[in-house]
Design a protein around this ligand. Structure first.
Ligand code: NAD
Ligand code: WQD
Length: 352
């Protein structure tokens, strides 16, 4: 079976490609490399010992997509491609709506035109906005507080409308919680450009000496130690969720909306301690003001994923930290070869 993986060179896509290859699928990665390196695919091929067909192109360009659907009989699409930085989405809303929403429209049009109607879509726990309680179930109210989140909400609605218009579509919406970690080989991992927005890469870069300290955004939340609590999930567990979704997709007779999380919440300081233990490195931190838009607690009720997909996360916080550290320490500059100076552009670093 041929699986088209949009955004397959990125963080979650590259890890998913390994499991797809291991499961015997033919993998075609389609990526514009706006936030990824071709090196990630080379390393995935090495890990899996199998080749990937890589096509450079943009999901907003119908002709790029038509070439693939004309050349291969695609059985299903896993759709990771999109922009994901919350802060950037506030500054560049049109770019986010264009990439994420317009891109998904063009992709679905191309799929329909070529008789491919099975899609697994990367949604996010961000669609729950500020949840009234935890753990979060799939039927909780939805809202968005920024253009990135709104783009995910719109796409979910759009895909539901598509199914109503034509129930031949097979659609799985996977709502990821906080993906972290890396493949156990330490050869692929998350490689954010510039200053990381997310906690785990920031901790890892601090441990390796690229950042002077971590700013902990708020210590006065209503949580066990006052810092924000999240459901961190190992990226390989997440990847496995996609393979399970693909195995079941043809049997679904409705749009499936599924949380992918562990059901456990860890605070920022829990993560700092776990990372220090896993890496043997000190992670200096300073308490900073709350980050605008952050919520106190967010963790999943993952029981529906277990019931429907037979999936559950198996990797611990220890493994998440150990695997992140192996990737970070083996590749201090990610996939890039050049040496990046220490935190010279980080406004949170005191250079005096
Ligand atoms: P990523 O940026 O590493 O991967 C996205 C990939 O899509 C990149 O390789 C990028 O080059 C590519 N891409 C972007 N726009 C494109 C376009 N117009 N055409 C073709 N390719 C394009 O991000 P990721 O962390 O792997 O996330 C994958 C998906 O999961 C995204 O849709 C993201 O919104 C979603 N998601 C991520 C997280 C997270 O915290 N990482 C959480 C929830 C949901
Ligand atoms: C986690 C915790 C921060 C950085 C974001 C997106 C969400 C989803 C996942 C895509 C919070 C704290 C962070 C730092 C800190 N992405 N923190 N210092 O905000 O839960 O979710 O990524 O869909 O949409 O919003 O993840 O890793 O940014 O933050 O103290 O330098 O770490 O306040 O409590 P978040 P995160």
């Amino acid at each position: 079976m041929h699986i088209l993986v949009t955004g397959g060179a990125g963080y979650i896509g590259s890890h998913t490609c390994i499991l797809l290859l291991e499961a015997g699928y033919e993998v075609i990665v389609f990526d514009n490399f706006s936030n990824a390196s071709k090196e990630s695919i080379k390393r995935v091929e090495k890990i899996a010992g199998k080749p990937i067909t890589v096509i450079e192109g943009d999901i907003r360009h119908r002709e790029d997509l038509d070439k693939i659907f004309d050349a291969y009989k695609i059985d299903a699409v896993i759709h990771f491609a999109g922009l994901k930085a919350v802060g950037e989405s506030v500054e560049e809303p049109l770019n986010y709506y264009d990439n994420n929403i317009h891109g998904t429209i063009v992709l679905c049009e191309a799929m329909a035109a070529h008789g491919c109607r099975s899609i697994v879509f990367s949604s996010s726990a961000t669609v729950y906005g500020e949840p009234h309680t935890t753990p979060i179930k799939e039927d909780f109210p939805l809202s968005a507080t920024n253009p990135y989140g709104r783009s995910k909400l719109f796409i979910e609605e759009m895909l539901r409308d598509l199914y109503i218009s034509d129930p031949a579509w097979k659609i799985v919406l996977l709502r990821y919680f906080n993906p972290v970690g890396a493949h156990i080989s330490g050869t692929i991992g998350e490689d954010p450009h510039g200053i990381p927005n997310n906690l785990m890469p920031f901790i890892a870069q601090t441990a390796v000496g690229k950042r002077a300290f971590l700013s902990v955004f708020g210590d006065d939340y209503d949580t066990h130690d006052g810092t924000g609590v999240r459901d961190y999930i190992h990226v390989m567990d997440l990847a496995d969720g996609h393979v399970k979704a693909l195995e079941k997709i043809e049997s679904f007779n409705e749009v499936m909306t599924i949380n992918l999380g562990t059901g456990k919440g860890y605070s920022v300081l829990d993560m700092v301690k776990a990372f220090e233990k896993a890496s043997g490195k000190h992670v200096p931190y300073k308490i900073a003001p709350r980050r605008a838009g952050d919520i106190a607690k967010c963790f999943a009720d993952p029981s529906y994923a277990k019931k429907i997909l037979g999936w559950e996360a198996t990797r611990s916080i220890k493994e998440m930290c150990e695997d992140s550290w192996r990737w970070q320490s083996n590749n201090p500059n990610g996939y890039a070869e050049e040496i990046v100076g220490v935190a010279e552009k980080d406004p949170r670093v005191n250079h005096s």
